[in-house]
Design a protein around this ligand. Structure first.
Ligand code: AMP
Ligand code: MG
Length: 411
């Protein structure tokens, strides 16, 4: 099969996404909603602030009484009431009168301005205003933050600390959020040993189950790690049947030519129809996607880096769609960066290079030379917070701009 007949990564992403639905909702306690995806539109249930209130400790006055005050010729008002935060003033401020008011307290009837305590001098209830500030000063208006009925947070928004605060302010103790998809992770291969098993000659340690589970967890899903399945039809069938308990199955290894047929035969036997197979990208060409009894099933390449790159391109968007993220927020964020090293793509597929990204002088800089870029070099994922995308025949030198995907925090 030539690269012309393979799907582009974009086509493959759209095909995968077309087969994924968002899951149902569950109600969680407010703080457990952090990092979750809101399942309903949330509106303001009242005006906030609920009342005009003072933004300073000071004196609530009628501006016309104090408009001409100066430090040399202060305006004199009589303090008639003390209004601490949480209390509503009982008296109406009349001519040449004032109420002492604390930050956040409702402004009393009759007043239009609050003078900061720093701009006054007090002698018992006799208050000298030294600076008139301006009409309306230091008053926060009712509804300035939110108006009753206003749409505050839309369905599909990931809830951060600010959103939790706004939900608290509209008195939501429980919040409907999208259910987190479960992802069962299955690695296949006779060469694999588990983490606690001795590394016999000819064997390698199964790192994919852990790294893919960590990916699933990092991107909002609940991973379920299955025991490694040997390259055996019967065992693979049993493992796949168990794996179908998840909302998604991610299977690593055995999809490139060779053992691919084991997994494929099992899936055929189970009546699964291949939805896509092979994508024009490096690493990650042998991508397999089908539905088994309605459950989306990803067959990722076995090479440790390939499986992670493929996960980020195809499984992550599927998890995000199932988790209720908005349709314009499913793919990895992209940016432009300046290369720090030379690199070229002489192959016949788009190349995804692990990169370390950092900010300097307002620019994003990308380094792809800190480690070998081969799909078995798992250590190239250490500190990788980006992926540089090189199109076919693209050559870049230090200082050239490239497209990057952001896969981790950038500092
Ligand atoms: P496969 O896709 O099964 O042909 O595997 C491709 C390469 O990835 C081989 O070198 C495998 O040994 C390696 N590999 C497959 N599965 C895993 C795994 N779970 N952990 C680490 N390496 C793996
Ligand atoms: Mg294998």
């Amino acid at each position: 099969m030539t690269s012309e007949t393979m799907l582009t990564p974009e086509q493959a992403q759209q095909i995968v996404l077309a087969h994924v639905r968002s899951l149902g909702l569950e109600r969680v306690a407010l703080l457990d909603a952090l990092g979750r995806i809101l399942g309903v539109d949330v509106h303001a249930s009242y005006d906030n602030p609920p009342h005009d209130n003072s933004s300073m400790d000071g004196y609530a006055v009628r501006y016309e009484d104090i408009a001409n005050a100066t430090p040399e010729q202060p305006a004199v008002v009589e303090m008639i009431e003390d209004i601490p935060a949480g209390k509503v003033g009982e008296k109406t401020v009349g001519k040449a009168q004032a109420s002492r008011i604390m930050t956040g307290a409702p402004v009393p009837a009759g007043i239009d301005t609050v003078i900061r305590v720093e701009d006054t001098r007090a002698d018992g209830s006799r208050i000298e205003i030294l600076d008139p500030d301006e009409l309306g000063a230091n008053i926060r208006r009712r509804g300035e933050d939110m108006k009753e009925g206003e749409l505050l947070i839309r369905t599909g928004v990931e809830l951060g600390p600010g959103e939790v605060g706004v939900l608290a302010s509209v008195q939501r103790t429980f919040v409907p959020v999208f259910r987190r998809p479960t992802v069962t992770i299955l690695s296949t291969g006779d060469e694999l040993v588990e983490l606690e098993e001795p590394l016999e000659p000819g064997k390698i340690v199964n790192s994919n189950t852990a790294s893919l589970a960590a990916m699933a967890l990092a991107h909002g899903a609940v991973p379920v790690m299955l025991p490694t399945a040997p390259d055996d039809l019967h065992e693979i069938r049993r493992a796949v049947e168990t794996a179908l308990a998840g909302d998604f199955v991610v299977c690593s290894g055995g999809v490139s030519v060779g053992e691919y047929d084991f997994v494929k035969n099992v899936l055929d036997e189970m009546g699964a129809e291949t939805i896509l197979w092979r994508v024009a990208m490096k690493p990650g060409k042998p991508l397999f996607f089908c539905k088994v009894h309605g459950t989306p099933f990803f067959g990722l390449p076995g090479n440790p880096v390939s499986s992670l790159v493929s996960f980020l391109q195809f499984v992550r968007p599927a998890i995000r769609k199932a988790s209720g993220h908005r349709s314009d927020d499913l793919l990895l964020p992209t940016a432009r960066a300046r290369m720090e090293n030379s690199v070229s793509n002489q192959g016949d597929r788009r190349t995804y290079l692990r990169a370390r990204l950092r900010f300097e002088d307002g620019w994003l800089h990308a380094d792809t030379a800190y480690r070998e870029q081969n799909s078995h070099i798992l250590t190239s994922m250490l500190g990788a917070n980006g992926i540089v995308i090189l199109e076919i025949e693209q050559d870049v030198k230090p200082g050239d701009e490239v497209a990057v995907q952001i896969i981790g925090d950038v500092f």
